[in-house]
Design a protein around this ligand. Structure first.
Ligand SMILES: Nc1nc2c(ncn2[C@@H]2O[C@H](COP(=O)(O)OP(=O)(O)OP(=O)(O)O)[C@@H](O)[C@H]2O)c(=O)[nH]1
Ligand SMILES: [Mg+2]
Length: 489
């Protein structure tokens, strides 16, 4: 991320770091590290149970098939995918060494050759790939939790809920769940202990994964999945743990991104068959691959379609082609991506966590700077500036209140809490998001809405009828509004 996109708080914090480095040269190297980390893209880890669809979702977010799915030993390792100028794979060994790893990327995912290395000796794999999407965020694939092999799930666990400060590597977590199982919830609990560095409702989203399989792949599968996701999102157990729950069909998104001309032509052939025939053919996956058809598409080709698109994907494609909704490979690819929910997920990650990331990075940078200042000593003037930034940064207060509302430490009525969470930047920190304004609202409209909101929150902050929690939260909301107003002046 470039300097321009840094929040003003992060800029202030890094400037404090620079001042410290020039006052106390012995801190310069560590300050440089702090600054480097602050400029890295958002780090997003993808976690969840075995076969929840983690690697498929990662590929869909990248827009290229990189992570191996199904078989292969690499699904058992934590793997980082980050932007780089060249194609490169490295193994970070547990003993601290980094070793280059041989790999192939022909048709399908990256195939690495670990040679005679033991999985148990590898801490993680680092993949660098020159693809634009990874500039926005580094993605981290983790092995399935609650797997048969406790060793693998321990590896994910120790990655996501690390014991020591140094190994809290992700800024945000996407947690995949297929059903609301008790183990999902206890897993989420276990890694959200630390307020800032680790996953919390502020930086964790849940994905109802393999959403196309809901309703056994019927054409309304995604609509059903949306309903279920909304219901999960309202479940108090989950609300305390994640920001939101979104339905995503990773397989459909991945197929949409790399849809081939040949696949489209085969789907057209299927759509040209009599409707009664395709209806029967598409009843189950078994029938689709084995039953007779007049389309001329053989069993091998049908199985390949099924593997790439899933039954829902094939149904959606045949239906849309037949009804003239799409007339080209590109149009079908777009439709598949739209239906998959991947774009909404990406937007949420960027909107919610992109902005939040700066606050999180600012806080950890500030803590590091504070520690160095205490350790090496500094001028009282700089010390004062650091302290004022720690105490005065409204962004930190917002984050704390959001966390307290989500975790139940502040108890609000549901209608108040949704309103306050949004105002404090819970669904994105732009003025439009905080005030639920249409995207194209100009500054005058925004000012009007802010003045209105200030009045509303002040009233709640001062009303003798408000609960202490509401008073606290409303005061913070008033300050958020004042900050927005100042931004517009
Ligand atoms: N229908 C459908 N199938 C999916 C979807 N996502 C993944 N799958 C299938 O589910 C299986 C597991 O997918 P992976 O992406 O390997 O799942 P994973 O969570 O990475 O699995 P592990 O790393 O082994 O725990 C594969 O056969 C995928 O094709 C989806 O959105 N829809
Ligand atoms: Mg996997």
């Amino acid at each position: 991320m470039g300097e321009q996109s840094r929040s003003s708080l992060l800029t202030t914090v890094l400037e404090l770091g620079q001042s410290l480095a020039s006052e106390v040269p012995a801190t310069a190297e560590e300050i440089a590290n702090v600054c480097d980390r602050a400029d890295e893209p958002l780090r997003v880890a993808i976690a969840g149970k075995v076969k929840a669809g983690k690697s498929t979702l990662l590929n869909a977010l990248v827009g290229d098939e990189l992570a191996p799915t199904d078989a292969g030993e690499c699904t058992k390792l934590v793997t980082w995918y980050q932007h780089g100028l060249v194609y490169k794979v490295e193994a970070k060994m547990k003993d601290g060494r980094s070793e280059p790893v041989r790999f192939k990327h022909d048709d399908g995912a990256i195939e690495v050759d670990l040679e005679d290395r033991e999985l148990a000796d590898i801490q993680r794999l680092m993949v660098e790939w020159p693809v634009k999407t990874l500039k926005e965020m580094t993605l981290i694939d983790t092995p399935g939790i609650a797997s048969l092999s406790t060793e693998i799930s321990n590896r994910s666990h120790s990655f996501l809920a690390p014991d020591d400060e140094k190994s809290t590597p992700s800024d945000a977590v996407i947690y995949l769940l297929r059903h609301l199982h008790a183990t999902d919830v206890s897993f989420l609990h276990s890694f959200q202990e630390d307020e800032y560095a680790q996953p919390s409702p502020i930086n964790c989203v849940a994905v109802l994964s393999r959403a196309d399989e809901v309703a056994v792949g019927r054409l309304d599968a995604m609509a059903s999945a949306s309903k279920i996701a909304r219901r999960y999102g309202d479940d108090p157990r989950l609300r305390r743990l994640v920001q939101t729950v979104m339905p995503v069909a990773g397989l459909l998104a991945q197929a949409g991104t790399g849809l081939r001309e040949l696949e489209y032509r085969r789907l057209v052939k299927l759509a040209e068959c009599p409707e009664s025939e395709t209806e029967k053919l598409l009843l189950t996956a078994d029938r689709f691959t084995n039953a007779e058809t007049s389309s001329g598409i053989d069993e091998v080709a049908r199985r390949a379609l099924l593997d790439r698109l899933g039954l829902f994907g094939v149904r959606l494609a045949v239906h849309s082609i037949r009804h003239g909704d799409v007339e080209s490979t590109a149009a079908l690819a777009t439709l598949m991506r739209q239906e998959s929910g991947i774009d909404q997920l990406r937007r949420t990650l960027v909107d919610v966590f992109g902005a939040r990331r700066d606050t999180l990075k600012a806080r950890s940078a500030l803590l590091a700077i504070q520690r160095l200042a205490t350790e090496y000593g500094t001028s009282s003037q700089l010390e004062g500036q650091i302290e004022r930034t720690v105490a005065g940064a409204h962004e930190f207060t917002e984050l704390r209140i959001l966390n307290e509302i989500r975790s139940g430490a502040l108890t609000l009525r549901q209608e108040d809490s949704a309103d306050i969470e949004r105002m404090l930047g819970g669904s994105g920190t732009s003025i439009g998001r905080r005030l639920s304004l249409p995207e194209d609202s100009g500054p005058e409209k925004q000012k009007e809405a802010i003045i209105d909101a200030i009045g509303r929150w002040r009233e709640r902050a001062e009303s003798p009828l408000s609960s202490p929690s509401l008073v606290t939260a409303s005061r913070v909301a008033v300050r958020s509004c004042e900050g927005m107003f100042a931004e517009l002046m």
